[in-house]
Every structure is written in structure tokens, then in C-alpha cells.
Design a protein around this ligand. Sequence first.
Ligand code: DPP
Ligand code: ZN
Length: 863
Amino acid sequence: PTPTLLEDYTPPSHELTSVYLDFDLQPSATSVRSKIDVKRLRDEPLVLNGENIDLRSVKIDGKVLKRTDYKLDQEKLVLAKTPESFVLEIETVCDPSANSTLMGLYVSGGRFCTQCEAEGFRRITYYPDRPDVMSVFTVRLEADIATYPYLLANGNKIEDGAVSDKTGRHYAIWHDPFPKPAYLFALVAGEFDVLEDSFTTMSGRHIPLEIYVDPGNASKAEYAMDALKRSMKWDEQVFGREYDLDLFMIVAVRDFNFGAMENKGLNIFNSSLLLADAASATDMNFERIESVVAHEYFHNWSGNRVTCRDWFQLCLKEGFTVFRDQEFSADQRGGAVQRIKDVRALRGRQFAEDAGPLAHPVRPNAYMKIDNFYTATIYEKGAELIRMLKTILGAERFRAGSDLYFKKMDGTAATVEQFIACFEEASGEDLTQFMRWYEQAGTPKLKVLRETISQGAHRIHFMQSTKPTPGQSEKSPVVIPIRWQIVGDNGALSEPKLTLLTGSGTSVTYPRIDEPYSVSILQDFSAPVTLETDATTDDLLRLMGADPNAFNRWEAGQTLARHLIANMAKAIETGVTPPADTALKGYCEALKKTLDDPDFNNAFKAFVLTPPASSEVMQSLEQVDPIALHEASKWLSRAIGDLLRDDLLDRYHALADTHDFRPDARSAGRRALRNRCLALLASRQDPLAATLSQTQLSESTNMTDELAALMALTRLGGQRVETTMEDFYTKWESDPLVLDKWFSVQAMRRHADGVHAIEQLTESSRYQRNNPNRVRALVGGFAMGNPELFHRIDGSGYRFFTDQVLDMDSRNPQIAARLLGAFEIWKKLDDRRQDMVRGELERVIASNPSKNVLEIAEKTLGA
Ligand code: DPP
Ligand code: ZN
């Protein structure tokens, strides 16, 4: 198979001035008739993509084409010669009930739904399925009225009624006045409960809002509805964006590849990111729902009104929209805590990707399957680039650039260059060098050295370098905004400064300071880089206690913890007893100081008490035994639990719930800190932790506390775990979203019979191997969250995981390829494990997998 290349881009040869689609919805044979007004732009063939559909007829201007008039293969229909302007009519049939890829039109829970991004529309009808072909769609849906009482599509409904000559069937016609590419098309048909509300826009337009959910679940959509209204308001206030259609709908479905999809006027959501109530959803679920509802809504401008010229520009809509949802969440829940969450996600996933075999630029220039490029780099690093843009330009000029972009590019399919050009025009800055961030893969390293110069004045040297990544051996300097400040034992000794590093190195000086001080560097994580400084333990302790920048206070603790874990891992690996570490004591004292500080909120304190995950520490190491690393990470939690036991216990009791559940940030922060205390107590195998967890499990009235107690109990181990797990299962048997959590806990447990226990779960009737949420919970949870079993030295973890990926690949290549990404860290493992992973990757390649899985396997292997 040949890759698609950015440099091969050519504009579309034909324009589609309007599209009419007529669906006769039947689960196993849906017929789709299209009628398209086409205008030829260049004298070239018209290429229509199509996959897994039966072509019944093609007509041009009412005349049926003969088989010799067109070329047809597995992937496309080509009309070699077309008139200058004509009406194209195509009839196809597809089988939604047999569509296990969950791309195109499929059936989930007895309802029809669609997923067309990136290239799913071609599984519905033959069409130029590329984002730069935009058209105005009118859609007619016809189905059985009893089974499918609701018929939904994009835009505004213009007509509905009974089908006169067919008993029991009804129809609806939808019209979307905004030109859109096919990937934003959506339809839904089925039985639902509807939660209704409305929003009045800044120009006074009244917009009905409707959320469609499984019968009985309407109350679980209330939080999403509230988040939607807040998002609509926020986008008006902060970005000046008003909603455009006369109606906005969201539909929840259980079987979905993505988290959610921004189809024009008809967002479709994975039910895990929409449904929530106190009893069944955790605070983290509420938070995610809020941010994803915002994200998809924000796409209405950054993605739909202005879309992407081609899929290489994916970050244009995703990076920008992630940035927008991060800013929204920060405004809703507090800036420092939000920044910590976002940086943790960036480091945990994107930095690993950027340092491994799957590294690619934020704007890639080649792909085999675009589905494989919905990555942490496009999304999370993409968002960091927008954030830097704002830091460099300042809030006002940033807003001016964004306004100009929406104004100038509205209704078009744009490129990253056009986006950046709007910011240049609005600000007067030259952003040529900034474009390198889009073109270069790899996380730059920022090295910082301090030097004392004459008369006690000081100088700080900033230097950057980026390691080679696959296909990019040479790296040029990027522009790095560095926010820094001098900090003494009692706080700031200077104003915060912003230095732009544009070359490979630069330096700044500051005058003599007559007291002990440290330099707080990269405040608020002002650039997505790794930091290497000459900071001593004393510096880090000072910053942990006195940095005026809350983010960097947390960061100093993380840096120290990373050192402690890495040193311990080395000691375990080499069998040397680690030296008694004075840094550990200082670290725990600093944690206690933050814990007692009334100036910080509980959510922040919970993060401070959470050392970096071992997967994050792994990135700072060359090669490591992952089990030793995991042991080291557990050692640090245990040590914190030991040294702060009484404080944690006191805090646990003091933070007990006194009122009814509320999902707001403050209440969530309280629960987060309390459950963090419990987890730390459990990690020292404190007998009291078992009692507390048991009580919490039986008394809690919300899922956050219930699940935290369950996890603490599984961490404590012992006889009762099995019964406890079974009780939980029985209690929640009828709620698939809670059962996904049960499967996650199972996936991460340290089962006595090792991988076998997980294997048995995949064979149990409780498992649903076709459902992405369930598979992600068990197989994904196992690979990402159970290092002890996944990395077993007998290879059973890797073997089981690979079997599961291949099994999934036979039904849903997209999900299989995403799971396989868990191997991306394999070059960080010890030699023996590397050999085993190599064997598994070779086995995948030899098994004739899907194009999706083949691309990931080959790249991971470095083949
Ligand atoms: N629905 C996915 C997202 O919003 C892809 N566009 O990120
Ligand atoms: Zn998105």
C-alpha cells in the first residue's frame, strides 16, 4: 500500500453545488439514493470514493450509465469524462447491521447512527470524500415508525410525515444551509428519550437544545445540558462565536470509536462522555463530559464553519479546539489545577509518542490511514502550539487573530499557513519560525544553567536541542517562550519575565541577590519542552514551598519525585541498597506544608500528593526494567504514606461529606484530596485503610467515593477482594458504563493467577468484545495500567495483549490500531523484553492485518 503525501495535494476537480440524499433505512439493506448538482472545475475525471457498498446504478442527467462508462474498484468509482455541469444520481445499498467497524452507517443498540470522520462517508455512498469538497446537504430519511420514531440529520427539519403508500413507515427531511464536507454528515434513527432545553444567543435568537438518550436516561443528560449552555455562552464571551442553526442536538450511543463527534447541528457522543449522575459517574466523568461537550460544540466554528483543506491539517481544528476547551475548563474550574491536568495528559501520552517510533509532526506529511493520526500529538501538542501563540502575541492580539481567521476563512477549507497568516496580519508579527513547531516532530529539550558573573550578578543560559525522530534527523531551533521568576524562601524576588528563545541558546542576567533563592523556570509550562536544569534538591524544595506560580510549585514536587523514583528504580534493578535519602524527608515535609497551607484548594493539594506515574518517569530514562520502575513508584507512595500517616488520616476524616452530592469543582476537589489520602494509606498496607475503605464502600452515595474505596481495597488485596468485586458487579449489573469501570479495575488488579485471570474475563459472557468502551476498559486498561502483568518476564502479558489486538482487528481495525499503540514505549524496556515485543510485532505483521494495524506495527517496529 502507498502512503498519502501532503506534497501530492491537488484541489478538487469538481464542485458539488448541492447534495440530496434519500435513505430507505433497513437494518440489513439500506438503500441510499443521491442526487448531486456537479460543476466541473478542471478537465479531469471525477473520483468518487466508496467502500463496502453495492453500486446499483449511476445516472448522469437522468441517463443510466453502462458498466463501460465508468471504472469501479474496491475503493472508488471514476467517471472519466463528465459534462461541464450535470446532475449525478447514484444508488447504493449497504448493510448497517453487519458493520462492525463503526465507521459509516451502523446499528448500535437497535438504532441507526453514523460516524463519518475521517473517511466513513464513503461507506454510505460513492462521493468525493475529502474535506475540501463542501456542499449544501438536504437529507430525506425513511424508516419504520414503530422501531425508529425519531429520524434526525444535520441542520433544520423542514418536513416530516407518514409515507403514504407504505404502511408503518414515516419520513423526515432535513436541510443544512451551511456548506460542509462529507465527514460532518450524520443521521440517527431510533427510539429515544429527549431532554429539552434552550439557549438564547447574543443576538437574541432562541435555540432549542435537545439531547437524545436511551429511554429512562434523560436525567443523566442534565449535566451535559448544563455544560452545553455554559459552553455556548462562553464561546460568545471569549471568542465572539454565536451559534448559527435553528436547533442543536446531541445523541448518545453506546458503540462509538471516538469520544464524540462534532457533526453539524447533530453531535453524536459516546454515552460514556455524556451520561452522568452522582450514583454512577465519578467526578472525573463529570469533568470529562463538561470538556468534551464544550469541545464538540466549539468545533461548530473551529472545524465546521472553517474546516480543513486536507487531513494533514487536522490540528487546525483539533489543536485549536482542544486549546479552546482547555481554556473553557480553566475558567469553569480554576487555572492552575486545569493546567496541571493538561500537562499531565501531555506528558503522559504526547511526550511518550514524541520520543518513540510513532513520533510525527503536529502537521504530518504522510499517512497510510488517517484514522491513525487522531493522536496526542495532533490534539495535545497542537493545543500547546496555540497556547504558545497566545503567550507570544498576548491576549488581545491573539483574539484579534482569531477573529480575523473566523471572518476571513468562514465557509472555507483552510490550511495551517492560512491560520498563522491571520495571526501575522492581526498582530504585525513575523511568525515564520513559529511554523517549525508544526513541521518538526520531537519534544525539544530546554537546558538551563546558572552562572555567577561580576559583582555577584547572575546569568541564566537557556539552550535548546531536539533529538532526531523517525524520518527527521536534522532539527532546527524553534521559538520557545520561557516564563521565569526569581524566588526566595518567602516568595517572589522578581517580577515574572518572558524570554523568547529563538536560536540554539540565549542568556539573561539579573542583579545580585543577598539571600538564598532559586529560579522558577517555565512557569505555567509556557512551552511543551522537557527541562534539564542545574536545580539542586534545595532549589526544588524552596520552589515547592514558595513559588508564587502554583503550577511550578506542583512541578517542583514532580521533578523531585521523578528523581526519587528513578534513583530507586536503578537501585532495585541493580540490586544495590539505595542510600538513605534525605531528599525524601524534605520532599514529604514540603508535601505536608502544602497540605496545611490554607491558600491552596483541595484539588491542587490532591495533585501535589500524586507523584508522577511510572510511565512518565520512564521517559526520563534510557532503558529500564518496567517492573523495577513500578516497584520504585510504589515505594515512593508507601514512603509518603509512612511519613505523613497521621496527617493523611486526620485529613481523611476532616474532609468527610457533610452535604448532598454536587459535581462542582470545589466539592470534587474535596473528594479528590480525601480519596488521595485513602490511596496513600492503602499503599502502605495500613490496616486502618482497609476498615476505612470498607466503610466508605458501603456508605458512599456517589461513584467517586465508591470506586476510590473499591480501588483501595483491591490495592490492599486479601481474601475479601473477590467477593467485594462480585458484589459491586451485581449491584451495577444493569449499567454498562459502571461495568466498564468494573472491567478497568479488574484490568489493573494484581491477580494471583496472573494474565490468566484477564484472559478468562475476555471469555466471560460479561465481556462485550464488539464494544470499544468495554475493550478499552479491559485490554487497554491492562496494557496501560497493569505494568506488573503486562510486562511479565515470561511474555504472557505481551502475548495475550497481541492476541486481543488481532481479535479486535478482524472487526474494528481503528480500535485495534489504537490499542496497539501501547507498544510504542518498547525501546525503553530492557533488552529481554524488547526481544519479546519485537516478536509480537512481527507476529502482527505476519498475520495479514488491516491497513490500520499494519501501519502502527511497522512504524513501531521501525521497519
Ligand atoms: N470527534 C473527534 C473530536 O472531536 C474528531 N473530530 O476530536
Ligand atoms: Zn475535536
